[in-house]
Design a protein around this ligand. Structure first.
Ligand code: GDP
Ligand code: MN
Length: 379
């Protein structure tokens, strides 16, 4: 289960990770009140579970309480990537010198945890891994030993932090790891973790995905509206899934890449059936569940999978998608573009099971559109 940013930010704050002052507002008047209590410029953020809100208009700035009220009235009741905006987080605006990335994720295949840190914050982890691999420190944490000082020194060296900032970073990372462990997380992420104008570090975003069994064990009371249908089910599985009215089912990793895939399909005259982001580091099991969920949408004629493997391993993706497609009672067809970590192995799995793959996103999108518009469609 993914927590809302304000839920995760509250946990971070309780556990000593510095976060900007914030309040939750459910009406424009509440937003105005929150902004005046916080004092000074604020950021209004849509409390939705989809990522990449910044690029989708879900993070806006206001200088005064009156402006906060006005912007809140525009945001509340609207949608971000198909998800209704029912609440906003009103947060103190921070002056940013540098954006860093920090997360801890579960590495299922190796039964360990992985700390990921980069000096290129603000971008999604898959983009960082693909475009700025040299900026990324990947540190395996043995669950029996925990996070060690020499490992933190390695991350600090990669991020080129010194003095107080290096010390604060080590402190934040240790606290994030203890939250991750205590809450039974699959992911705890701060993106961006910023160096503010005054020099201190602050978590400007907070993301936690908690293992469903841990949710039950901890008896977390979050008063969540679960809803029904595939979208709600996807939410419980921690995917971002939004249903649209076309016939090309799209699966990508990372909000940016998934959006780009949809745009490409539209560019070639096709119609996306959905937006489905499996996120970073998906296992074969995750891909299988995502594809199975997608195939339950009757409108889907063709499945287009576009994965850029950074943290995500192409062999895991291939194994998961192959299993789901083979089980599809309607025999629908698959178009794949798969590049990155362990791509050779991933492609071998596809070939051996009779699936093709294309090198570029353009080719894959064009092929999917062609297949969807062919008479018979699914044959
Ligand atoms: P996301 O796009 O859903 O990950 O939402 P974020 O909460 O990470 O916000 C998106 C971007 O807005 C961040 O990467 C920051 O660059 C920027 N941002 C958010 N809050 C602040 C703030 O208080 N000050 C400044 N300067 N930038 C902010
Ligand atoms: Mn963010």
């Amino acid at each position: 289960m993914r927590l809302y940013e304000h839920e995760a930010a509250q946990i971070f704050s309780d556990r000593g990770i510095p976060v900007p002052r914030f309040e939750v507002a459910r009406s424009p008047t509440e937003a105005r009140g929150a902004a005046s209590r916080i004092g000074g410029p604020v950021v209004l953020k849509a409390m939705v579970l989809v990522g990449g809100r910044g690029k989708a208009g879900g993070v806006r700035r206001a200088r005064t309480p009156a402006e906060a009220e006005k912007i809140a009235s525009e945001m509340l009741g609207g949608e971000i990537r198909g998800e209704a905006v029912r609440a906003l987080m009103v947060a103190e605006q921070v002056e940013v010198e540098r954006e860093l990335y920090l997360s801890i994720i579960l590495e299922r295949s190796e039964a360990s945890h992985l700390l990921l840190a980069s000096g290129e914050g603000g971008m999604e982890i898959e983009e960082i891994a693909a475009q700025r691999p040299e900026s990324l420190a990947r540190i395996a944490i043995d669950p029996l030993i925990g996070l060690r000082d020499y490992q933190l020194r390695r991350a600090i060296a990669t991020l080129e932090l010194a003095g107080d900032q290096a010390r604060s970073f080590a402190e934040v990372a240790k606290r994030l790891y203890s939250i991750y462990r205590d809450y039974g997380c699959e992911l705890a992420e701060i993106n961006p973790l910023v160096v503010s104008r005054g020099g201190g570090l602050r978590a400007l975003d907070a993301k936690m995905i908690i293992d469903d069994n841990a949710v039950k064990t901890l008896g977390l009371e979050l008063g969540r509206e679960e809803g029904t249908g595939l979208e709600a089910e996807a939410r419980r599985l921690n995917f971002t899934y939004v249903e649209l009215d076309g016939d090309i089912g799209i699966i990508g990793n990372g909000a940016g890449l998934t959006m780009a895939t949809m745009d490409m399909v539209k560019l070639y005259g096709g119609r996306p059936a959905n937006f489905l982001d499996i996120g970073g580091g998906a296992s074969a099991e995750t891909v299988y569940k995502a594809a199975t969920l997608l195939l339950r949408n009757e409108r889907v004629k063709i499945v287009l999978l576009n994965v850029l493997g950074g943290i995500t391993r192409c062999d895991e993706v291939a194994a998961g998608i192959v299993k789901a497609m083979k089980e599809d009672g309607r025999g629908r067809r698959l178009v794949v573009r798969l590049v990155g970590t362990r791509e050779e192995e991933g492609r071998r799995i596809l070939r051996e099971n009779g699936y093709e793959y294309l090198e570029s996103m353009e080719e894959a999108a064009r092929k999917a559109v062609e297949m969807a518009s062919a008479p018979g469609g699914t044959a």
